[in-house]
Design a protein around this ligand. Structure first.
Ligand code: GLA
Length: 726
């Protein structure tokens, strides 16, 4: 049983295969955090609360209640009663006061996992997971709060979320409803986060945790290029294989905060949830608010184990697409090939040539609708530009199919261009603040997706396009962040709900799209990888990683992304050189090898490739067919990081039954007078014999002594090394 309650000690234990999370009820009302870490076999852990040390607990020494609140490890800390660390929850009453005190009432343990209404979330049946609901109440406000914990035993994961109900008689205003809090004693923790920019998403950064508060956040209305809804605290010795890791990842695609705070008593508090800046939510009597969930993973075997737990959880219990376990069609996207300058002839030329080389789908990117010839027009006018695509969309799709390829299309449904017909008709549909200029970004405005009528109308337009031809893939893009947050629909005291309502609107549209068109492969995208988060993965099995397609730049981007997300979700394409973003020239083979650790596809004008490059495409296509099942479904191990060593990068994938593996190695910069390197493999069966390059080795030898990788002439040279059990 994943969850047990010890009545006598008033202790809840949440057990996964290798971990335990403990909660205690103190003084009949407080929910205190007891423990999170390696698995415990006994509920006798109440002593961890230090109840016999000053300031004691409130019933022993009422005078010191605020000292207790400021010192005790809290499961869900609130504002206004004495805990001066950052709170997870803040509510304002009708009278304008900000304080609450949630008293524990009762609990329920249920098999499986209840859905979170309107929100993406992990899912599972009774055989997969168990859920604990802790019911709390604030008497003064008449407010009820449920703290939800779901335990996924196999994947060593615990998810948390919060449901708030106004059970009183007057309105209340939620000003902060974070989804999780984890209070622990500091152990010289360091914090790991993912940082970046457009074209440089999700680079790993590690820093010490000092006194005070350090946070990672977005106020952009999406998760963003710059910071990522992920945070891990690690003990100092932590690397891929050893050390303790406490990781959190937010299943949400809007504003977020992840924070660590170290206080006067050397306790650390980790928090994660919707960013309170720009957020208020009015709850009328009987109304309910649900906070999105946070996934927590603890690993005592370093970052590698954490990564594999996330990958398994997301593949088994988050991504719903029927494409998840399938080899995705190898696609060719015309963006870097043509940008906005294409017509049906050019697309057909690309399709014909691509088909000959084994590519399976043509994706028509931006520029096919309204009168869009560059990026400053026509968003919202979702009808095909027949001057550009003579004969219309259906004809083009049918012609592409005749080349043996299927067809996919790009859309950007959340946006509206100032010059569009849609904007002329519905200027009030753009997010805006009356009397203030609407800030443009990429010459576009953002639709007010907090309004159901806007969601419905835009969805219908997109659905009509998808019904008008045999379209098998959609790239859903989102190319700017939110500003001038105002809506004509909502009263003044609900304008603070817009950021979140916007995200809920996106989710509504994607939910409908995936239900109405289950056969369409959906790939999310946001100016590259600005919305690569677990929220979007609930709807799409893959997300475009970055507009930077340079193979070497991709090493750090894909390393950071794969730290959390299954490699099968990473949109990765081979493009031309010099690379359009940074001008680097890399070998064609290396570009292919690096794109293999992802969805794999092409983003170039294939009609312009040399014969030699075309032959290389054929080899890459063969490699994709040979290795994609393994790469998509296997366990991912990082062997070396170019971002760390400045010299070379290496990963490997091992299939679940340890019979097959694939090692990737790239020598980024060549070195004079260098000897070969021993790369120690990971994840193999120590007692199994394996064959590499026709030679036989024992698994333990490969893992302890390593394989020899020779130095190469030239920069950016890479190789794939297959490992087969014999
Ligand atoms: C974004 C995407 C690109 C491409 C362009 C089209 O930047 O990330 O892949 O689709 O938009 O405008």
């Amino acid at each position: 049983m994943g969850i047990i309650f010890d009545e006598t000690n008033k202790v809840f234990l949440l057990n996964t295969k290798n971990t335990t999370y403990g909660i205690a009820v103190t003084d009949g009302m407080y929910l205190n955090h007891l423990y999170y870490g390696r698995k415990l076999e006994d509920t006798n852990i109440r002593y961890l609360l230090r109840e016999n040390e000053p300031p004691f607990i409130p019933s022993v020494n009422q005078r010191e209640k605020n000292s207790f609140l400021d010192m005790a490890p809290m499961e869900y800390p609130e504002t206004g009663m004495g805990d001066y660390r950052e709170s997870a929850f803040c509510v304002r009453s009708e009278g304008g006061h900000r304080a609450s005190e949630l008293a524990y009432q009762s609990y329920q343990i249920v098999g499986g996992k209840p859905e979170l209404e309107g929100l993406p979330a992990t899912w599972g049946g009774e055989e997969d997971c168990t859920t604990l609901k802790l019911f709390c109440r604030d008497e003064t406000l008449g407010m009820e709060v449920q703290l939800l914990y779901t335990v996924f035993e196999e994947e060593d994961a615990i998810t948390r979320s919060v449901i708030v109900k106004n059970a009183g008689n007057s309105s209340i205003y939620l000003e902060k409803v974070l989804s999780t809090c984890l209070d622990m004693d500091d152990r010289n923790f360091e914090v790991i986060g993912l940082f970046g920019s457009w074209g440089r998403e999700r680079h790993i950064q590690r820093m010490p945790v000092g006194y005070g508060r350090q946070n990672i956040a977005s106020f952009k209305g999406e998760s963003g290029h710059q910071e990522h809804p992920f945070m891990a605290l690690v003990t100092p010795e932590t690397n891929q294989d050893i050390g303790e890791v406490y990781a959190m990842n937010f299943v949400y695609s809007g504003n977020f905060i992840a924070q660590v705070e170290k206080n006067q008593f050397d306790s650390v508090r980790m928090l994660m949830g919707i960013h309170p800046e720009g957020f208020t939510w009015k709850l009328e009597p009987e109304e309910v608010f649900t906070a999105p969930e946070v996934v927590m993973i603890y690993s005592d075997e370093g970052l590698g184990k954490m990564t594999r737990s996330f990958h398994d959880l997301y593949r088994n219990h988050l991504i719903r697409s029927s494409y998840l376990h399938k080899k995705r069609p190898i696609l060719i996207n015309n963006w870097e090939a043509t940008y906005f300058k294409f017509d049906e002839k050019k697309l057909l030329d690309i399709a014909e040539e691509a088909s000959k080389l084994g590519i399976e789908m043509l994706v028509m990117d931006d520029g096919w609708f309204g009168h869009r010839e560059n990026d400053d027009s026509s968003l919202g006018d979702w009808f095909v530009n027949e001057e550009k695509l003579k004969g219309g969309l259906n004809k083009l799709v049918e012609d592409v199919k005749k080349t043996g390829m299927s067809f996919g299309i790009w859309v950007e449904p959340e946006m509206i261009s100032p010059d569009s017909e849609l904007y002329k008709k519905h200027p009030d549909w753009a997010l805006q603040i009356p009397g203030r200029e609407i800030t443009q970004s990429r010459a576009q405005y953002v639709l007010d997706l907090s309004r159901d009528e806007v969601v419905d109308a835009v969805y219908e337009m997109i659905a009509n396009v998808l019904k008008s031809a045999d379209i098998r893939y959609v790239k859903w893009d989102m190319n700017r962040q939110l500003t001038t947050i105002g809506s004509f629909q909502w009263p003044a005291d609900r304008q603070g709900e817009l950021y979140h309502r916007y995200v809920l609107g996106v989710y509504k549209m994607q939910e409908r799209l995936t239900k109405d068109f289950p056969y369409i492969l959906l790939e999310n995208c946001s100016s590259g990888g600005a919305r690569f988060d677990p929220g979007m993965l609930f709807y799409s099995p893959q997300i475009w990683c970055s507009d930077d397609t340079d193979a070497i730049e991709r090493l750090a981007i894909q390393e950071g992304t794969a730290l959390i997300y299954p490699v099968s979700t990473m949109g990765a394409h081979v493009s031309v050189c010099p690379n359009h973003i940074i001008g680097r020239v890399t070998p064609f083979e290396t570009r292919g090898n690096i794109a293999l650790l992802g969805t794999f596809g092409y983003e170039l004008d294939i009609t312009k490739l040399t014969e030699e490059e075309k032959e290389a495409v054929k080899v890459q296509v063969q490699n994709y067919h040979k290795y994609n099942d393994l790469i998509r479904e296997g366990d991912y191990y990082r062997l070396a990081s170019y971002a760390e060593n400045g010299c070379y990068d290496s990963w490997m994938i091992v299939d679940k039954n340890k019979k097959r593996a694939l090692v990737f190695y790239v020598q980024v910069l060549a070195r004079a007078n260098a000897k070969s390197k021993y790369m120690r493999l990971k994840g193999l069966d120590p007692k199994q014999y394996y064959q590499i390059d026709g030679k036989r080795y024992l698994g333990s030898t490969l893992m302890n002594a390593g394989i020899s990788v020779s130095a190469e002439m030239g920069d950016f040279r890479s190789k794939l090394i297959p490992v087969e059990a014999i």
